[in-house]
Ligand binder design. Structure first.
Ligand code: PGA
Length: 253
């Protein structure tokens, strides 16, 4: 049986004080009964990773970054390396998020380079895929997700796949308040697991596939009850301690 995983993606939000206050609030409120059923991580902005790491010290909440670069060091102004993230106790890195694909312009090729570097460095990717509204309306969801998976994971071995979490995030559901129905999400999750099963059945059976896109406390239970949904990547609702905690508790049921 797969354990649920709930990760908060804080995006470009909070400030130094509110980031630490939010992290401390979560660390205090989450107890062993939740951790038995759910693994929890938060992904603050780079500049607050250190403060949040301090606030989380002694708790079981893992730390993740929202991005990374694929080179070790050097003349890459504005970029951050895997070693730097490990220095700050990060365990996870979000790769392929739709805002990086569609706002910043990251390509599948760039995401694949980051994927290889992240895994080689011992960090765990949370690899996001998902279709635009026009692609869903044109019945292209499976095709788009298949391409993102094939290109993003090109050259990745079955052994390495064990460290990867995939997050299905339909772009039309992100930050819009418009959640995919549990049936729509389950169908794509099952498709993703089947794609990975064509590489390795055992890895696919254990693969953690998160749903992301307007997950809230009031829809989390239904989503997490679906056979192939193993938790959530939570944006807006992860910025409100009580809401995020309620989503984590929904995972306990
Ligand atoms: P949302 O964001 O929960 O605010 O829709 C999810 C995400 O982008 O990871």
């Amino acid at each position: 049986m797969r354990k649920l995983f709930i990760a908060g993606n804080w995006k470009m939000n909070t400030d130094a004080k509110s980031a630490s206050v939010l992290a401390l609030g979560l660390a205090k409120a989450l107890d062993t009964s939740i951790y038995k059923a759910v693994d929890v991580a938060v992904c603050p902005p780079f500049v607050y990773l250190q403060g949040v790491a301090t606030a989380l010290a002694g708790s079981k909440i893992s730390l993740g970054a929202q991005n990374v670069y694929f080179e070790d060091n050097g003349a890459f102004t504005g970029e951050t390396s895997c070693a730097m993230l490990k220095d700050l106790c990060c365990e996870y890195v979000i790769l392929g998020h739709s805002e990086r694909r569609h706002v910043i312009g990251e390509t599948d090729g760039l995401i694949n380079k980051k994927m290889h570097k992240t895994l080689a460095s011992g960090l765990k990717p949370i690899f996001a895929v998902g279709e635009l509204l026009a692609q869903r309306e044109a019945n292209e969801t499976d095709k788009v997700v298949k391409t993102q998976i094939e290109k993003g994971l090109a050259g990745i071995t079955a052994e390495q796949m064990k460290d990867i979490t995939i997050a299905y995030e339909p772009v039309w559901a992100i930050g819009t308040g418009k959640t995919a129905t549990s049936g729509q999400a389950q169908a794509v999750h099952a498709f993703i697991r089947q794609r990975v099963a064509s590489l390795d059945g055992q890895v696919a059976a254990k693969l953690c596939i998160l749903y992301g896109g307007s997950v809230k406390a009031n829809n989390a239970t239904e989503l997490f009850a679906m056979a192939d949904i193993d938790g959530g990547l939570i944006g807006g609702a992860s910025l409100v301690a009580d809401e995020f905690l309620a989503i984590c508790r929904a995972g306990q049921v």
